[in-house]
Write a protein that binds this ligand. Structure first.
Ligand code: GUN
Length: 287
């Protein structure tokens, strides 16, 4: 393997340590303990794992965690009423509604009912607009984690050619905005992109966020490029259930200058950034 491994697990541990120090200072100097409310509707097994992990990490850095688990049959009106209560609760600085929501709910309506200053996911339309116009906002956790790893590895990203594969509201679009904010020349590629291999081959930075196991082979990667793999895909291999990214790690690592592994790359950074966003929200609430 020629590439440097970007160790998201270690980096996330460092970020969580910094968040814990910040939380301790807020408590000592201002008597404030930031609080994060996580709302889960239904019993989706993957969502249950994520929510448990978010709650545990919140407590570990010294913040208060408020978990709200609602039945899959909960009405949209009841969910909106809960969000209304959390919006006006001063102990709650961050609110996260785990997605996906059950089919009978309007996700956009629910997300946009969260007070923008408590929207630690950065999904509220106000935060999307603020990010798009380069103003102070809540930034979505996964793209923020990717940006932090890229800045840590490169220092300045100015002038680099970046290709984001995937155009989701959660990762692809905000990732592109953040890279543009750091003066990259940004291309957003997607399922209709013509000659995707050639587009990816031009990139100094490749962020893969499509949710398709190992769809980016090593020969699409420019020699020395930095590869950030956002994919978390469960597949059967050799009779075993394994996690793989959107990039074929083995062949990409032969050509890349640096690459994130799956697991242990982007994943741990997402939760670390959620905690950091909650502290940011708490600081802004008390200023
Ligand atoms: N479901 C999968 N990823 C996310 C995320 O980042 N935030 C929320 N709220 N739900 C998710």
């Amino acid at each position: 393997m020629a590439a440097t491994l970007i160790d998201g697990k270690a980096f996330a541990a460092k970020v969580r340590g910094q968040v814990a120090e910040h939380v301790a200072r807020l408590k000592e100097e201002h008597g404030i303990t930031p609080g994060l409310a996580v709302v889960l509707v239904g019993e989706d097994p993957a969502s249950q794992v994520y929510v448990r992990s978010k709650g545990k990490s919140t407590v570990e850095v010294g913040m208060n965690s408020y978990e709200h688990k609602l039945d899959a049959e909960t009405s949209e009106a009841d969910l909106l009423a809960l969000i209304g209560k959390l919006n006006s609760d001063p102990a709650v600085n961050g609110i996260l509604v785990q997605l996906p929501l059950p089919k009978h709910m309007n996700e956009e309506l629910v997300i946009n009912s969260i007070a923008p200053e408590k929207d630690v996911d950065g999904f509220h339309i106000s935060n999307v607009g603020l990010l798009g116009t380069g103003q102070k906002s809540m930034v979505p956790c996964t793209p923020l984690g990717c940006l932090m790893m890229l800045r840590d590895h490169h220092g300045s990203l100015s002038g680099m050619d970046a290709v984001v594969i995937g155009r989701s509201n959660i990762v692809g679009k905000p990732m592109a905005q953040l890279l543009l904010g750091d003066s990259c020349t940004v291309t957003i590629a997607h399922s209709r992109t013509k000659d995707l291999p050639e587009v990816v081959r031009r990139a100094d930075i490749v962020v893969a966020a499509v949710g398709r196991p190992e769809m980016v082979p090593g020969d699409w990667i420019k020699e020395g490029a930095t590869v950030i793999d956002v994919g978390i895909n469960r597949i059967e291999r050799g009779g075993k259930n394994v996690l793989v990214g959107d990039v074929d790690f083995a062949s990409a690592a032969e050509r890349a200058g640096a690459i994130t592994p799956v697991p242990g790359g982007v994943g741990p950074m997402t939760i670390a950034c959620l905690l950091a966003n909650t502290v940011t929200a708490a600081c802004r609430a008390h200023n």
